[in-house]
Design a protein around this ligand. Structure first.
Ligand SMILES: [Ca+2]
Ligand SMILES: [Ca+2]
Ligand SMILES: [Ca+2]
Length: 449
């Protein structure tokens, strides 16, 4: 179809004699009938193979020519994404994986596809309202009164920001386990039905004790037989040239903020630049306030008491490690985005900016053309969002056979079932089980254990 329309374009701009004119009419008639056929079926998933292959080929080309970095400076581009690139972005089929902060991001993406701000989930509309870190859920009445902080104001649209093609899968574990799982299990399950596949390391991969992630011999940036690392991942990427694999920096907590995290994320940024990667710099988004002020770990001599009475007053350790801003989490030590909304909203905006750029948008220069199999004119698009595949049940809650100790190179395995976040680790040659329990009441994640 695409090739056919290209021939038609050449003919239209070629001086014609009578013979060519006859041929042109024939070509034109055939092309129109094909166009009508395709347009009639675009909302029915008939042309799914064509859509995904054309957009993917173009995107891989762009990604290989220059790096794409989405960081805190990119968040405000969200409102500037042209409609045709919003359309192309939402047609990309995406799978991303992370632990609880990824779950938060997944939920905040739904804020923008609400029918209206007033009817968006209450968790989209929570913000601090004074300097004592007191927060509340803002309502339509507040909006009409002009008292809603701008950080949680947004204009949702269930069609423009439809994200039903973007799947989240919960995964937790060591950097090596997560990499192993992604390239041997998770991504292979999704290869046939997605265009963009990616996973994030969480702040639990960059604690002060997690120095192995940066280890030059056995770390993520090394090439060891002991661990699954970036070289194993690159081999997987090379084996799947039609797919897009953006890299992510880590999430952050208030207490993580560590040397390990700072070093890992710096290395990730350099790696992305050096290798023309697409980088979603979540760590950067989370560690700058909406006003662009950098945020650091909570070992700073500044006391904090949350609205629920959680408290920290860690002495200043003399070192400032990038960490999630208190603006984005109510937790004194953790980094979940589920209590106040602005951090989650900012990461979700960044997610859209990344997808629009993957789809060809260049906010800083010449954009690539929209793939011909997408229809950019909103007046021509079907009222229901285009779906290219039937979602399959999310396989995240089924523990895999990797619970066998010998198959885990490092750090154990986590499973997530409902509100239970379970982890099994091998420690000093023995097994250690740990269960983290969260209560999720649509706004807050409380660590109970
Ligand atoms: Ca390896
Ligand atoms: Ca502090
Ligand atoms: Ca500090």
């Amino acid at each position: 179809m695409k090739r056919f329309k290209g021939k038609l374009g050449v003919l239209l701009y070629t001086p014609v004699n009578g013979f060519i004119a006859s041929a042109l009419i024939l070509v034109l008639a055939t092309s129109i009938s094909l166009f009508v056929y395709q347009k009639r079926n675009v909302g029915k998933g008939v042309n799914k193979g064509m859509s995904s292959s054309s957009v993917v080929t173009q995107d891989v080309l762009q990604a290989s020519q220059q790096p794409i970095v989405v960081d805190h400076n990119s968040v405000n581009l969200f409102e500037q994404i042209p409609d045709q690139y919003l359309s192309a972005a939402r047609n990309l089929r995406v799978m991303f994986s992370d632990r609880s902060v990824g779950q938060n991001i997944h939920e905040y993406l739904n804020c923008f596809s609400a029918l209206s701000w007033a009817t968006s989930s209450p968790s989209c509309r929570v913000a601090y309202y004074n300097s004592n870190w007191n927060f509340k859920t803002f309502s339509e009445r507040d909006r009409l009164a002009g008292t809603v902080p701008s950080s949680v104001l947004f204009t949702p649209d269930p069609i423009k920001y439809d994200r039903s093609n973007w799947k989240f899968v919960f995964r937790g574990g060591s950097f090596s386990y997560l990499t192993q799982d992604f390239i041997t299990s998770l991504a292979p399950q999704y290869l046939e039905i997605t265009d963009v596949l990616m996973y994030e390391f969480s702040y639990l991969n960059i604690r002060a004790t997690d120095t192995v992630i940066n280890d030059p011999v056995n770390g993520y940036w090394a090439n060891s037989t002991r661990n699954y690392d970036v070289n194993d991942y690159e081999n997987f990427i090379s084996a799947n040239p039609g797919k897009i694999f953006p890299f992510w920096t880590t999430s952050y907590a208030r207490s993580i903020g560590t040397e390990v995290g700072m070093q890992f994320n710096s290395t990730m940024r350099q790696y992305a630049i050096n290798n023309n990667k697409i980088l979603f710099d979540v760590a950067d988004i989370l560690s700058f306030t909406p006003d662009g002020e950098p945020c650091y770990d909570n070992r700073d001599g500044i006391a904090y008491t949350s609205q629920q009475g959680q408290y920290e007053n860690n002495p200043d350790d003399g070192v400032s490690y990038p960490a999630i801003c208190q603006d984005y989490t109510t937790e004194p030590d953790g980094g979940h985005l589920g209590s106040v909304s602005s951090g989650g909203l900012r990461v979700a905006k960044g997610f859209w900016v990344m997808m629009a750029q993957i789809a060809g948008w260049n906010p800083y220069g010449q954009s690539l053309p929209i793939p011909t199999t997408y229809y950019s004119d909103p007046s021509e698009s079907t009222p229901t969002p285009t779906r290219y595949y039937t979602p399959t049940p999310t396989p995240t809650r089924v523990p895999t056979a990797t619970l066998t100790p010998t198959s885990i190179p490092q750090g154990g395995v986590s499973i997530h079932v409902g509100d239970l976040d379970g982890k099994v680790n091998i420690v000093n040659g023995g097994w250690q089980a740990r269960v983290e329990v969260y209560v999720h009441n649509s706004m807050l994640w409380f660590p109970v254990l």
